[in-house]
Design a protein around this ligand. Structure first.
Ligand SMILES: CC(=O)N[C@H]1[C@@H](OP(=O)(O)OP(=O)(O)OC[C@H]2O[C@@H](n3ccc(=O)[nH]c3=O)[C@H](O)[C@@H]2O)O[C@H](CO)[C@@H](O)[C@@H]1O
Ligand SMILES: C=C(OP(=O)(O)O)C(=O)O
Length: 439
C-alpha cells in the first residue's frame, strides 16, 4: 500500500501537460466494440487504472486490445462474449457503457448491476428506459442487468428526465446501429459527448447535434474501426489550475482547452486568479489574496461536479464566506470530514456547504474518499502547515496519471511512498508545532 506525503508551503511554477480525458476515453473504448470490420486506433489514452479496467472488460469479451505508448488498438471483429462480470463493474461504474454497443451489435448484453458509491446512489434507470424505448427487453436480477432484443433495435424519440452523461452515451451508441432515427431530448452536452459522437461518425455513424440538448442519430447497418485522438482532460486541467491559484504560483497548463472550462475559469477569475489563454494552453497566475465566491454544480456548461472538491480547497484559502451547492450528486461531500481534520471550517446545510475562509490549514492524515476528493486533499496539503498524508490512493489512480511527479516537477514538496515509511507524519507535525511554540 502506498501513501502520498505533501509538505505545504511551496509555490508552484512551470509547465504541466494535461492527458487525454478519462471521461472521454472510457466511452470511446467501449464504443470500439461496435465495429464489426476494421481496427480502431485511439490516441492520447491516459495510463489510468480505469483505462486498464475497460481494456480488461474488452479482453474478457474476446476483443483484441493492445495498449502501447498512449495508443490503444482494438480489434473487435471476432465474435464477442456479451457479458461483463461484477469484478470489473465493482472497480469502475463506467463498465456499464458496454451495454449500448453490445445490444446494438448482438441484440444482447448482460452486465453486473453497478451499486452506489461514495458520491451517491447512481442508478442507471435512464439508460435502461432508453433501450426499452428502442424495443429492448430489460431484466434485472441476481445482481445483473440483462438487455436483449429480437432483431434490430428501432429508432425512437427519447426524453431524458435529466441530462445524464452515461445515459446519453449508451443510447447514442445503441442508436448508431438501430433501424431508423433516434432523437435524444434533454441530452447531456459535455465535451466528452461531442468527442464520442465524433468518434462514432468516424466509424460510419450518423450523429448530429452532440453538444446541444437534442441529438439525432440515423441508424446504419454496420460500423467500422476508426482512428481517433481523445480530447484533453478538463478536470485534470482544472485541478492544476487550482494548484497554481492556491499556491499563488504561475503555471502553464499545456493542452488545456479553455472552451471546455468556461464556468471554472469565470469562477476562478471572480476569486482574483489571472487566467491567460496562450497558444499551447492556459496560464494561471494566483493572486496574493483569493476572494470568496459561490458555486452551484450543474450539468455542462454549468460548473462541473468533478471540480467541486478541488474548489472547496481553494475556497478554504480565500478571504470570506463561500457557498458550494451540489445539485448533480446527492452525497458528494464526503471530503468535508477529511478537510475538517486539516482544520477547515465547513458547515453542511442540506445540499450546500458553507466554507469559512481563510483558514490556516494544518497537515493531517486524511483519506481520499473519491478520486476528486483525493486530488482536493493534495491541493489543501500544498498550502497546509506541516505534513499531510493522503491514503486510499486507488481512488486517485482512477483519474490522475503521475499526479505526484507532476506536482513535484512544478516545485511541490510531495512524494509517493510505501505506507510503512510514513509513520513519521504525525510525529513530524507534532515536532513542527513544538518548534513553533518554542520560537
Ligand atoms: C465516466 C464518466 O463520464 N463519469 C462522469 C459522468 O458520470 P455518469 O455518467 O455516471 O453521470 P450522470 O450524468 O449519468 O449522472 C448525473 C446524475 O443523474 C443521475 N442518474 C444518472 C443516470 C440514470 O440512469 N439515472 C439517474 O438518476 C445520477 O445518479 C446523478 O445524480 O458524469 C458525471 C456528471 O458530470 C461525472 O461526475 C462523472 O465523472
Ligand atoms: C465521478 C467521477 O468518475 P466516475 O463516473 O468514473 O466515478 C469523476 O471522474 O470525478
Amino acid at each position: 500500500m502506498e501513501n502520498i506525503i505533501v509538505r505545504g508551503g511551496r509555490q508552484l511554477n512551470g509547465t504541466v501537460k494535461v492527458e487525454g480525458a478519462k471521461n472521454a476515453v472510457l466511452p470511446v473504448i467501449a464504443a470500439s466494440i461496435i465495429a464489426s470490420e476494421g481496427k480502431s486506433i485511439i490516441h492520447e489514452v491516459p495510463a489510468l487504472a480505469d483505462v486498464l479496467t475497460i481494456n480488461q472488460v474488452l479482453t474478457h469479451m474476446n476483443a483484441e486490445v493492445k495498449y502501447e505508448k498512449n495508443t490503444v488498438t482494438v480489434d473487435a471483429t471476432q465474435p464477442l462474449l456479451t457479458e461483463a462480470p461484477f469484478e470489473y463493474v465493482r472497480k469502475m461504474r463506467a463498465s456499464v457503457l458496454v451495454l449500448g454497443p453490445l445490444l446494438a451489435r448482438y441484440g444482447h448484453a448482460k452486465v453486473a448491476m453497478p451499486g452506489g458509491c461514495a458520491i451517491g446512489s447512481r442508478p442507471i434507470d435512464l439508460h435502461l428506459k432508453g433501450f426499452e424505448a428502442m424495443g429492448a427487453d430489460v431484466h434485472v436480477g441476481n445482481g445483473f442487468v440483462e438487455v436483449s432484443t429480437n432483431g434490430r433495435l428501432k429508432g425512437a424519440k427519447i426524453y431524458l428526465d435529466m441530462p445524464s452523461v452515461g445515459a446519453t452515451e449508451n443510447i447514442m451508441m445503441a442508436a448508431a446501429l438501430a433501424n431508423g432515427k433516434t432523437i435524444i431530448e434533454n441530452a447531456a452536452k459535455e465535451p466528452e459527448i461531442v468527442d464520442l459522437a465524433n468518434y462514432l461518425n468516424k466509424m460510419g455513424a450518423h450523429v448530429i447535434g452532440a453538444g446541444t440538448e437534442t441529438i439525432k442519430i440515423e441508424g446504419v447497418d454496420r460500423l467500422y474501426g476508426a482512428e481517433h485522438t481523445i480530447i484533453p482532460d478538463r478536470i485534470e486541467a482544472g485541478t492544476f489550475m487550482v494548484a497554481a491559484a492556491i499556491t499563488g504560483g504561475n503555471v502553464l497548463i499545456e493542452n488545456a482547452e479553455v472552451d471546455h472550462m468556461r464556468a471554472l475559469v469565470s469562477k476562478m477569475e471572480e476569486m482574483g486568479v489571472r487566467i491567460l489563454e496562450e497558444a499551447d494552453g492556459v496560464r494561471v497566475i494566483g493572486p496574493k489574496t483569493l476572494q470568496s465566491t459561490d458555486i452551484k454544480t450543474l450539468p455542462h456548461p454549468g460548473f462541473p461536479t468533478d471540480m467541486q472538491s478541488q474548489m472547496m480547497a481553494l475556497m478554504l484559502h480565500a478571504a470570506g464566506t463561500s457557498v458550494i451547492t451540489e445539485t448533480v450528486f446527492e452525497n458528494r461531500f464526503m471530503h468535508v470530514e477529511e478537510f475538517r481534520r486539516m482544520n477547515a471550517k465547513l458547515k453542511i446545510e442540506g445540499r450546500s456547504v458553507i466554507v469559512e475562509g481563510p483558514v490556516s490549514l494544518q497537515g493531517a492524515e486524511v483519506a481520499a474518499t473519491d478520486l476528486r476528493a483525493g486530488a482536493a486533499l493534495i491541493l489543501a496539503g500544498l498550502v497546509a502547515d506541516g505534513y499531510t498524508r493522503v491514503t486510499s490512493l486507488h481512488h486517485i489512480d482512477r483519474g490522475y496519471v503521475d499526479i505526484t511527479e507532476k506536482f513535484a516537477k512544478l516545485g511541490a514538496d510531495i512524494e509517493r511512498v510505501n505506507a510503512m515509511e510514513t509513520s513519521f507524519v504525525a510525529e513530524a507535525n507534532i515536532a513542527d508545532t513544538e518548534q513553533i511554540e518554542v520560537q
